[in-house]
Design a protein around this ligand. Structure first.
Ligand SMILES: NC(=O)c1ccc[n+]([C@@H]2O[C@H](COP(=O)([O-])OP(=O)(O)OC[C@H]3O[C@@H](n4cnc5c(N)ncnc54)[C@H](OP(=O)(O)O)[C@@H]3O)[C@@H](O)[C@H]2O)c1
Length: 210
């Protein structure tokens, strides 16, 4: 698949990119800054032409993944215009509001994923995933002992994202409609608190009973 990672120059973007590149996907690194996008593309073993502005990556991709801080979610989605119409956009945004990142703080609309859907409109299918995975671990070849909650309103779109999670070496689970993304987003603050209080580097979640 041709996957555009919007904000692909950051920690999570690079982690997902490296895993999807290894799985054989055609990954585009999106950024606000073209030279930066090209540099990171080359660092990831891609042609420099795979680094591009977010708006251009959004236009030519088959599926997009948004990996920017919550504070810049809205401006990034507005900047890509209608490049994502009739496509799936995976939203990994966690509505962390520094400095109190161990406290669950949710946007008025309910969750970052619902915020993305309201900005993009119904022509884009937002599926939320990857909020509970350490970007640092994704950037290694290590096996990751953490599952992925995949929330979205359409079964086919969730299935596509679960397949992409598998391509990144992770087990994805159907977590219900997009409004359920709030639970995955909130869990991240809990994992940050667990990391801090129990001196863990990368706590994660695992679905049991199977
Ligand atoms: N880090 C993790 O372990 C992790 C895990 C799960 C979920 N998440 C979530 O994933 C998202 C990305 O996290 P991250 O750690 O990868 O973030 P990050 O490295 O701090 O930033 C990612 C990218 O966002 C873009 N960005 C920064 N400031 C911006 C601005 N003012 N306007 C527009 N874009 C801006 C930058 O891209 P350009 O400068 O190239 O445009 C940057 O490379 C966040 O919502 C985070 O909560 C992170």
């Amino acid at each position: 698949m041709k996957i555009a990672i919007l904000g692909g120059t950051g920690s999570l973007g690079k982690g997902l990119a490296s895993r999807w590149i290894k799985a054989g996907h055609d990954v585009l690194i999106g950024s606000r800054d073209l030279p930066k996008a090209q540099e990171i593309a080359v660092q990831l073993g891609l042609e420099s032409s795979s680094g591009m502005l977010n708006i251009d990556a959004a236009k030519i991709c088959e599926i997009a993944c948004l990996t920017v801080p919550f504070a810049h979610q809205e401006s990034t989605l507005i900047s890509i215009d209608d490049g994502l119409q009739n496509k799936i956009m995976i939203d990994a945004t966690v509505p962390l509001m520094p400095p109190k990142v161990m406290r669950v703080q949710l946007p008025e609309i309910g969750s970052a994923a619902l915020n993305a859907q309201s900005i993009l409109g119904e022509q884009t299918t937002v599926v939320s995933a990857f909020q509970n995975i350490s970007a640092e671990l994704l950037q290694t070849d290590a096996e990751i002992d953490c599952d992925v909650l995949v929330a979205g309103d359409f079964l086919d779109a969730r299935n596509t994202v679960i397949e992409l999670a598998a391509d990144a070496g992770l087990t994805g689970w159907h977590a219900g409609p997009l409004c359920n993304s709030v639970a995955a987003e909130a869990l991240t603050s809990i994992l940050i608190a667990i990391n801090k209080k129990h001196s863990l580097a990368h706590s994660g979640i695992k679905i049991t009973g199977h």
